[in-house]
Design a protein around this ligand. Sequence first.
Ligand SMILES: [Zn+2]
Ligand SMILES: [Zn+2]
Length: 246
Amino acid sequence: MKKILMPIACKVKDLIYPPRCPGCDRVLAPDERNFCKKCAPKVKKITLPVCRICGKSITQKDEKECLCGDCQKRKHYYDSGRAVYEYSGPMKKAMYRFKYSNRRCYVSAFTEDSEQVLGGWIREIRPDVIVPVPMYEKKKRMRGYNQAEVLANSISARFDIPFDKAIVKRRADTTPMKELSRENRRENLKNAFILGKSDVKFNCVLIVDDIYTTGATVDAVAQVLRGAGVSHIYALYACIGKGNGE
Ligand SMILES: [Zn+2]
Ligand SMILES: [Zn+2]
């Protein structure tokens, strides 16, 4: 019964909310999937080789121990992270709309591509739970949703991994991040997250965020989890910048 009903339900949903291309926001043609024909060639999915810590594309084969310039200089608090797309071309506007313009629907394209790009990696690390980078509650109420949570939820459903948004919580932002230097941002973020549950029993956690730039956010969340005794901490993001700490 369920099998017969599902495609009909999907079609009805597609009629009301037709799938759009995250790259240009155009409604997809019946023969297009995830991205439209125009945007698809411009969307750069992350391919190997990548930095073994942050997951950023690296080109020079001889780079020290397969680390990007940033990870050679800075120690991270998570074990390793991987991204689906490079934060360039159509993905810049896609991420903006996903975050600010209520285009939560893009998540289905991001999730399908995460299966293709990161499916093997996710099954290999086998996280016990998925934790989204939390947003300050008041900000979330104002914006209506937390894009990291939307992605984390979808990844959780696709890979059948439990999802828990209550493990880590975000405190109120005290100083607007825009006014801070890169180092001060890192300092400010250190105190931004707190443990939301008193007993965290997970051994392996996957943190999910929308964009990875310097890693300061993921590091700050990872520090809270380490403090709670989590031994393996991984991170997944829809997009990652290229070059050093963009
Ligand atoms: Zn497009
Ligand atoms: Zn790196």
